[in-house]
Design a protein around this ligand. Structure first.
Ligand code: FES
Length: 154
């Protein structure tokens, strides 16, 4: 269930647009900021507030990798494995992260601190290989850089 505060924020977003539906993306951001992910129940709640069908919310949530359809850890590490990043060894970076964290892609560490995912191009090809950690981009990755990033998150 969304908090009253989140519902108020969503109403504020809705008031900015001529159609309620236009507030769908901001509403999803508000929900994810509060809950860390977008559950089926949250999608239904947002659909009801915005007066659209739940499937329309699901279509948007499942299209954008920035929305989590499952719970994630405190730090969500998303490694780009698209062309430019792949050519510059993103797979090695991913393997290194798996080794360091002791999890496979798609998993969360037991302490709920790190979730590791792969994503499609995040538009930072010029500084490949890269990953996103929560809202922050980390570019020109090397194994040493990854170690430093993980150390800073402990
Ligand atoms: S291919 Fe990785 S950011 Fe574009």
């Amino acid at each position: 269930m969304l908090s009253e505060n989140a519902k108020k924020e969503i109403s504020k977003e809705i008031s900015k647009f001529p159609e309620k539906k236009a507030a769908l993306l901001p509403a999803l951001h508000i929900a994810q900021k509060e809950q860390g992910w977008i559950s089926k129940e949250t999608m239904e709640e947002i659909a009801s507030i915005i007066e659209i069908k739940p499937i329309e919310v699901m279509e948007v949530v499942s299209f954008y990798t920035m929305f989590n359809m499952n719970p994630v850890g405190r730090y969500h590490l998303q490694v780009c494995t698209n062309l430019s990043c792949s050519l510059l060894n993103s797979r090695h970076m991913l393997n290194h992260l798996q080794d360091k964290l002791g999890i496979k892609t798609g998993e969360t560490t037991k302490d709920n601190k790190f979730t590791l995912s792969t994503v499609e191009c995040l538009g930072s090809c010029g500084t490949a290989p890269m990953m996103q950690v929560n809202d922050e981009f980390h570019e020109n990755l090397t194994k040493q850089k990854i170690d430093t990033i993980l150390e800073s998150l402990k």
